[in-house]
Design a protein around this ligand. Structure first.
Ligand code: CA
Length: 187
């Protein structure tokens, strides 16, 4: 006898839940953590290393540096100098937490002012612990202007962190300035 009112009440509650779902977001994940690299505009110097703060060298001896020679924004940038025809040079950002399965875009500006071979590159790398799972890259050999670089990739299933690497490969001989590195999770 009492089943009819309780069934009606359940129906009303279900309808309310359905109506409220888009408003409350239901069980959808909350806002994603910020993914912009620390010191991506290279304004902060680590005085003990002479490198942009929060960025680590790809190899040693390192010939990269914090530089006031040019800037795409602010007053400073990262200088990647590679005059060794058999060695690579680069700077890697701090690790940034990411959501696996989501698509990410890394961007940067590079000004190549000296180039005898190769080019200068932007990498987006995905990590699971200390293991690099995958990376995507792009590069330019254009000289004498700020050139925008952009790479996009979906974070692999097991990935927990991403880094951005600004880089001159072993084949590269020259000098470039990087500025305004960003990483964004795409909708
Ligand atoms: Ca800057």
């Amino acid at each position: 006898m009492s089943s009819r009112p309780s069934r009606s009440r359940a129906l009303v509650l279900c309808t309310l839940c359905w109506l409220l779902y888009p408003v409350t977001g239901g069980t959808q994940p909350g806002p994603h953590p910020p993914t912009t690299p620390l010191n991506g505009s290279f304004e902060n110097l680590d005085p003990t290393t002479g490198l942009p703060a929060q960025w680590t060298p790809w190899t040693k001896p390192v010939t990269c540096s914090y530089s006031l020679a040019r800037a795409h924004s602010g007053v400073a940038c990262a200088q990647v100098t590679d005059f060794n025809p058999t060695q690579s040079q680069g700077l890697r950002s701090a690790r940034m937490p990411i959501n696996n399965g989501r698509r990410y875009r890394a961007t940067a500006f590079v000004f190549v002012d000296d180039l005898q071979a190769g080019g200068f590159a932007l990498y987006l790398e995905f990590w699971a612990g200390s293991r690099r799972l995958t990376s995507v890259s792009t590069y330019t050999s254009r000289r004498g202007a700020w050139v925008p670089l952009k790479v996009e990739a979906v974070a692999p299933r097991r990935a927990t962190e991403a880094t951005v690497l600004i880089y001159g490969s072993s084949a590269t001989v020259g000098r470039a300035y990087f500025d305004d590195v960003l990483l964004a999770e795409l909708p």
